[in-house]
Design a protein around this ligand. Sequence first.
Ligand SMILES: Nc1ncnc2c1ncn2[C@@H]1O[C@H](COP(=O)(O)OP(=O)(O)O)[C@@H](O)[C@H]1O
Ligand SMILES: [Mg+2]
Length: 332
Amino acid sequence: MIYEPKTFSEFVGNQRIVNHLSRLIKAAKKSEKPLKNLGFYGYAGTGKTLLAEVVANEYGALYQYFNSGAIRNFSTFCLNLFEVCRDHCQVSIRDSEDKIKKQTKGKPIISLLDEVHSMSMGVQDEFLSLLNDGTATIRQGRKIRTGKVPFEITFILATDRQYKLSEAIRRRVEPIYFEPYSEAELAHIAEQFVKRSGFKINDETSQLIAQRSTSAGRCVSVCRTCIEYVISQDGDGVDKTCADSVFEAMGIDDAGFTENEKRVLRAIHTNGGVAPIKAIAVMSQIPMQEIESRIEPAMLQKDLIRVSSGGRELTPKGLKAIGVDVSGGLLV
Ligand SMILES: Nc1ncnc2c1ncn2[C@@H]1O[C@H](COP(=O)(O)OP(=O)(O)O)[C@@H](O)[C@H]1O
Ligand SMILES: [Mg+2]
């Protein structure tokens, strides 16, 4: 059985956020008011998606996951969501208002709009009233219905690109900023993941995995593959040799850089140390979308590149990663 954290106490790191959310949930339960809408912002692999599910679990809420890029039509989205809510609260459209009120009370629902930056501006606009006061306008053919949504839905909007959200949307959610994990926290995540999946791991190996994975996402996927290797050899634990071969298979070098990251760095270097993202895509032959969504966030976080007016610029650390010697001292 592969392990996934389910509770606040199992969630490693970001304790400031966990404590805050835990208080908000307690307050919501005591005051019998739904939890407010939240914005989860932070780099990829900082645990946003995971924590949304943990929040739902701790709150005793029904959890509904949506990939925002797939929400093309707001009315269809609402119809789908409300159908699940009706099932959960055991009400039907034909029930009286009194019955609906009684049945929906105290049955919280957490709806995660994941990667919410990929929602079109048009859909974002239609969302506003739902975030504002829980009302929605639904179009079905020629029929238009406007009204208050009776369910206790809390929306969590998660993204690593909050700047792509409209100002109006951002103002309507409470922002929660996720910090990248420290190496010690990543080691803890690796250790917890392997042990709770029923395998052994020593401190040296979990630290090695942490050093070479720069996000929790990679840390967990390396551990998952290590476990598969161990199972294939009828072993009982993940050791250094096993971790080494997984990193090698994944194309991650000793310093934790992938081949794609190095291609991006070399492209910028060839261009004179700074390059617009389009030029980087052409020179590295990696699709721009792939660079923007997966490679760049990790590189910014690792301080290999920074955003500058000329596009993306190499940092001394980035230069070092591709073997360019940056000597200090006086230039005379
Ligand atoms: N604090 C944590 N403790 C344990 N596992 C974690 C933690 N944070 C993230 N993970 C794991 O790392 C992976 C990436 O996390 P995820 O929630 O998808 O990040 P994000 O949504 O911010 O990109 C998931 O498999 C998740 O279970
Ligand atoms: Mg996510």
